[in-house]
Write a protein that binds this ligand. Sequence first.
Ligand SMILES: Cc1cc2nc3c(=O)[nH]c(=O)nc-3n(C[C@H](O)[C@H](O)[C@H](O)COP(=O)(O)O)c2cc1C
Length: 219
Amino acid sequence: MTIKEALEQRHSVRQFEEKSIDEELVVKLKAGIETVNKESGLHVQMFNDEPEAFQANKPSYGQFSGCRNYFAMVGGKGMDEKIGYYGQQLVLFSQQLGLNTCWVALTYKKGGVNPKISSGEKLYIIIALGYGKTQGASHKLKEMSAVSDLSSDSPDWYRNGMEAALLAPTAMNQQKFRFSRSGNKVSAKAGMGFYTKIDLGIVKYNFEIGAGKENFIWV
Ligand SMILES: Cc1cc2nc3c(=O)[nH]c(=O)nc-3n(C[C@H](O)[C@H](O)[C@H](O)COP(=O)(O)O)c2cc1C
């Protein structure tokens, strides 16, 4: 599966098969985490066969079943955008490996998650991981005009990037971001609200895949 296919096929999955992730995939995921941590300075950790985080959680939204694995997204203060950007990298990598994911800021059991947190760091969010019972479903997309300055004479790479950005997961599917372009310079800003800076990093990662990094620069 290409990364573009992974981006298109990814949906949040909250119902998982109660089985361990194949050892071969665990090895690949660990290598992926090591690369991410080296590049970003984050302290992402993976937990396997630990169902505690998803127990005793019975809200109407965000209820999980069968989930035994997750990424703990740990990093220094003020790294929200990086958490989103590199977390989405791991989400799409997991999708490519045939796994399913869901970003989880709120609907998990806080006491059931105990990552290593060094001085100056915090746990931002976790990402549920495993073999989904289903592949999930598409979320409602905002209009391009509500999130960007895309017009009929925008270059194809900008349209492709925006299409990928709109497929990104955001907290409560709020899609509170705004893109604008001048020539090959692209700016993306977070709106007001909960977790919008993490959302921004996620959306920027998706945009880069859709647009092609060689076609533009961030400003
Ligand atoms: C920063 C962030 C926080 C989220 N927190 C939760 C959560 O606490 N519980 C939950 O069930 N889903 C959570 N989600 C998943 C979103 O609800 C989901 O991504 C969104 O509705 C879009 O659906 P999709 O991921 O299937 O495209 C979160 C997503 C993001 C990006």
